[in-house]
Design a protein. Structure first.
Lengths: 318, 232
């Protein structure tokens, strides 16, 4: 059994969106409950939230953007950059705690205290651009973790796998000119789904060309298409790139019961994906995987999906 | 939606006395395929395309297998020898719709834009039209596409727009298309948000059918144009 870290903290519920917004604090309650009811808590190493040092946030985000975000929260604004991004007084602090908790988990994996970790944070991050909040996201958690791995731990090659049903535009744009970070995303086809980027012909730019890859899934498709595309696109790309650490943007919103998309992945389909990533991590990255929660809005399905996710991190299988 | 808003203003032009090879180099350097030909007063007198140039240079010239006289004659060819004289052009006050239809009917790849004084003021290429069309679709901004099936009767679109507006969602674009059932229309709304689950439920509760976009596309295609089934 692996030494698996579980980043969980009630302070991640302090970020409030308004009524009828799907990105609600209860998502994390469901995640925790699922893991607890599956009897997994005692097998996990608990990590508490901690505030990120600003120097790591600034490796990804524009300084003025960070100030503008803080000012929006502290001045009582309810919306930031787009109507999708609703916030409250505590959102900025919560976002700092999310990034900080993830960096703590990354550090513990690098020190060998943990083999891998699951970070159940809010707000999510993969839509956040260098200087723009988008799609419920403020700080790009995974991007900050990748830069931290490189700057603090001397990692040369970071692999990112993003299986949220939406394309992680922020993560792609942050690294698209960078050959040291490989960004792979599988998501609903951008002609149908938010945010409209992540097309198959986007491969990265300049010296980063060939280090970005997008697999697009048409509405109505599910497990078979995900298996086919991951085997065809992700596996050979990572075997060639040889990431030293794998970061995973985990979104559970491609589930058939999640009404944020028209993708029909089953609970078993999610397990297959994660088992494939864990196997890839064992093969290429000494098992070093840090997974970070992005989307996933079906409160009914989140408990089982989170429990299975953690089980696979612990045992490599269900 | 006027041509003057979408055209390229910095037009690269060519003098009628230049050689065909000079024109070819000008196109290659600027990665363009159309060169308006103007006189000393900036009056449009012709247009030359990359295709005109390729037709003017025989294959055996490139292969270096033609006679010295032939080579000399080809090298002496100038733009005015091969250009299309008095090409189809548009005025800056034409609309984009005019230009789309003209390009489709005349099968050209670009239209020179000429003002009332006969002087060249720009060029509108298929590329410029594509940019304008992307702009109209709103797909340069992040959003989500909804496909809504509606009865062909007055007031349906208003209900949809009202329902979406009540949710504080901005529109990137709204397109209406024919549907196989002639009493129905497919409405494609591109919404500038990720948060569509509530508005989807609302539209369904108002009696609209949300289309499976895959079904829609395949149904509209004639049978012989169906993409091959994936065998994997």
């Amino acid at each position: 059994m692996n030494k698996t870290g579980f980043l969980h903290d009630e302070r991640y519920q302090l970020h409030l969106t308004s009524d009828y917004h799907p990105e609600v604090p209860e998502r994390l309650t469901c995640v925790y409950r699922g893991i607890q009811e599956a009897g997994l808590l005692s097998s996990l190493i608990h990590i508490e939230a901690s505030r990120a040092d600003m120097k790591w946030i600034e490796l990804v985000h524009d300084g003025r953007y960070i100030q503008r975000f803080e000012a929006a929260c502290l001045s009582g604004k309810r919306m930031f950059d787009s109507p999708d991004n609703q916030l409250c007084y505590d959102t900025y602090e919560t976002a700092l705690l999310a990034a900080g908790g993830i960096l703590d988990a990354v550090g513990r994996v690098m020190e060998g205290e943990l083999d891998n970790a699951f970070c159940a944070v809010r707000p999510p991050g993969h839509h956040a651009e260098v200087a723009r909040a988008m799609g419920f996201c403020y700080f790009n958690n995974v991007a900050i973790a990748a830069r931290y791995l490189q700057n603090q731990w001397g990692i040369q090659r970071v692999g990112i796998v993003d299986f949220d049903v939406h394309h992680g535009n922020g993560t792609q744009h942050i690294f698209e000119q960078d050959p040291t970070v490989y960004y792979y995303s599988i998501h609903e086809h951008p002609s149908f789904a938010y945010p409209g980027t992540g097309r198959e012909f986007e491969y990265g730019k300049n010296s980063g060309h060939g280090y970005t890859q997008n697999s697009t899934v048409l509405p109505g498709q599910g497990d078979d298409e995900y298996k086919r595309l991951i085997e065809k696109d992700l596996i050979p790309a990572f075997e060639k790139f040889k990431p030293e650490v794998i970061l995973v943007s985990v979104g559970f919103d491609a589930h058939i019961d999640d009404d944020m998309s028209d993708i029909k992945l089953s609970t078993e389909g999610f397990s297959w994906i994660m088992q494939r990533i864990v196997a890839l991590g064992r093969q290429l990255s000494k098992g070093r995987i840090i997974s970070v929660l992005e989307g996933g809005y079906s409160l009914k399905r989140l408990p089982e999906l989170a429990a299975n996710h953690v089980k696979i991190l612990l045992n490599g299988k269900i | 939606m006027f041509v003057s808003r979408s055209m390229t203003r910095e037009v690269i032009t060519v003098d009628p006395e230049k050689t065909v090879f000079e024109a070819q180099e000008l196109m290659a350097d600027n990665r363009i395929r159309h060169l308006p030909v103007i006189d000393a007063n900036r009056q449009l007198i012709g247009i030359v395309t990359d295709r005109d140039i390729r037709s003017a240079i025989p294959y055996n010239f490139i292969k270096d297998s033609c006679s010295a006289e032939q080579r000399e004659a080809i090298c002496a060819l100038t733009v005015k020898d091969i250009m299309t004289v008095d090409p189809i052009s548009v005025s800056p006050t034409y609309t984009i719709q005019d230009a789309l239809l003209m390009i489709q009917n005349s099968k050209v790849g670009a239209l020179p834009v000429v003002g009332d004084d006969g002087k060249l003021s720009g060029i509108l290429s298929v590329r410029d039209l594509l940019r304008a069309f992307i702009n109209v679709l709103g797909i340069g901004e992040p959003g989500t596409l909804l496909c809504i099936l509606v009865e062909e009767k007055v007031g349906q679109l208003k209900k949809i727009v009202d329902a979406i507006t009540e949710e504080n969602i901005s529109f990137g674009s709204v397109l209406v298309a024919r549907y196989w059932d002639e009493n129905k229309r497919a409405v494609f709304t591109y919404l500038l948000t990720q948060n569509v689950s509530r508005v989807k439920k609302k539209l369904i509760s108002l009696g609209f059918t949300l289309l499976d976009p895959m079904e829609w596309y395949l149904d509209q295609l004639p049978k012989n144009e169906l993409p091959p089934e994936s065998t994997e």
